[in-house]
Ligand binder design. Structure first.
Ligand code: KG4
Length: 349
């Protein structure tokens, strides 16, 4: 049990959340900077830091006022300390430190990736240990073995881009908006519909896919992502003077990415003794991917936990959910200070 106040500012979302027990969100005001960065087709780090600086105070004031919080009310203050944009992280860290001092509560720093995984707790599920944890976001694509809070072992990660990055860059090539993931998903769904198929029938178009299978020679014992080849392949295939081919390219591109992710997860499950799977990060907001992962886990007989859509992308409630694991276990977080060491696979008993 514990009442936690959490701060998130690793990238382009400014979030503050009040969470009970690491599971029940009392309030979680979030300011998304997406509209501000959209004209640039990506995030401008300096603008992100400035926006965090401007937004944290009103968001925090909203929580303090509506909940009439006073010193002594909080059990802990949580903050994302890594990885992320350094200026953006520093704004969140200093704000959280000031809040911890004001409320006379301990400060618990968490790793952004453990926060993404802990987001499953916000829908009433406990984070199982040991488990396989898969993170797919704008900056990370990796699979881990989770042994407990702060005890994580890397199984495999990406050779080049992250899955979200591959979708964002594809959307840029296809002259769609930012962030790219939701745009690609929307146009892919429209294409499927235009072709007269419904959700779940994507594989009926498999033989028409013009993109090569990603890392075709990946052995069954290997877990390794790569997204840069397919991105180059898209760049070569798309001619802006024939924009009518865009929906088909979005569809087939997404199909190859989903297939690659599912294959890697299936290898990780087979090699790690049928552990339950927790999959998280912004890319898990993708419905096509969620369904494909569910099917694969059913086939291999393992349980799959994915956070609710609203908690897949960056938010502060997931930061509280991760910090509460340390608070409840009375263990010190290895991520409490800001550090340039972004490693997530660090310790195991
Ligand atoms: O986890 P997140 O919010 O931020 C990072 O920590 O990176 O993930 C952002 C990424 C972006 O690349 C975005 O395009 C992707 O998640 N994303 C999606 C969807 N919604 C967001 N990718 C695929 N389908 C979506 N519906």
């Amino acid at each position: 049990m514990g009442l936690g106040l959490a701060f998130e500012s690793s990238c382009d979302e400014t979030g503050v959340a009040l969470v009970e027990d690491g599971r029940r969100v009392i309030c979680a005001p979030l300011y998304s900077q997406i509209a501000m960065h959209r004209p640039y087709g990506g995030i401008i780090p300096e603008y992100a830091s400035r926006a965090h600086l401007e937004k944290f105070t009103p968001l925090l004031a909203e929580i303090i006022k509506t909940r009439q919080l006073v010193p002594g009310d909080l059990d802990y203050v949580a903050v994302t300390t890594r990885p992320g944009l350094v200026g953006a992280l520093l704004v969140g860290y200093q704000t959280a430190r000031a809040a911890a001092r004001h409320f006379q509560a301990p400060l618990i720093g968490v790793h952004h990736l453990e926060a993404h995984l802990a987001a499953v707790r916000l829908s009433g599920n406990e984070l199982p240990y040991p488990a396989i944890g898969m993170i797919l976001s704008g900056g990370n694509s990796a699979i881990y073995r989770l042994h407990g809070p702060g005890k994580t072992v890397l199984i495999g990660d990406t050779l080049d881009d992250a899955a979200g990055e591959a979708l964002d860059k594809a959307a840029q090539i296809l002259q769609l908006g930012y962030p790219g993931g939701p745009e690609i998903e929307k146009h892919a769904a429209r294409y499927l519909d235009q072709r007269g198929y419904t959700t779940g029938e994507e594989s009926k178009l498999e033989t028409e896919n013009p993109f090569p299978v990603i890392m075709k020679s990946l052995g069954r014992e290997q877990v390794q992502f790569s997204f840069s080849g397919i991105k180059t392949s898209l760049l070569r295939r798309f001619d802006p003077t024939t924009p009518e081919v865009m929906p088909a390219l979005a569809f087939f591109y997404q199909e190859r990415i989903v297939e690659h992710i599912v294959r890697n997860l299936s290898h990780a499950i087979a090699a790690n003794g049928q552990l339950p799977v927790v999959a998280a990060g912004g890319v898990l907001a993708n419905g096509r991917l969620r369904r494909a992962l569910q099917l694969q886990c059913e086939k291999q007989g393992v349980r799959l936990l994915i956070p609710e859509n609203q908690f897949c992308t960056d938010n502060a409630a997931m930061v509280a959910a991760a910090a509460e694991l340390y608070f409840a276990a009375r263990v010190e977080s290895p991520y409490t200070d800001i550090s340039s060491n972004n490693a997530f696979s660090i310790r195991r008993d």
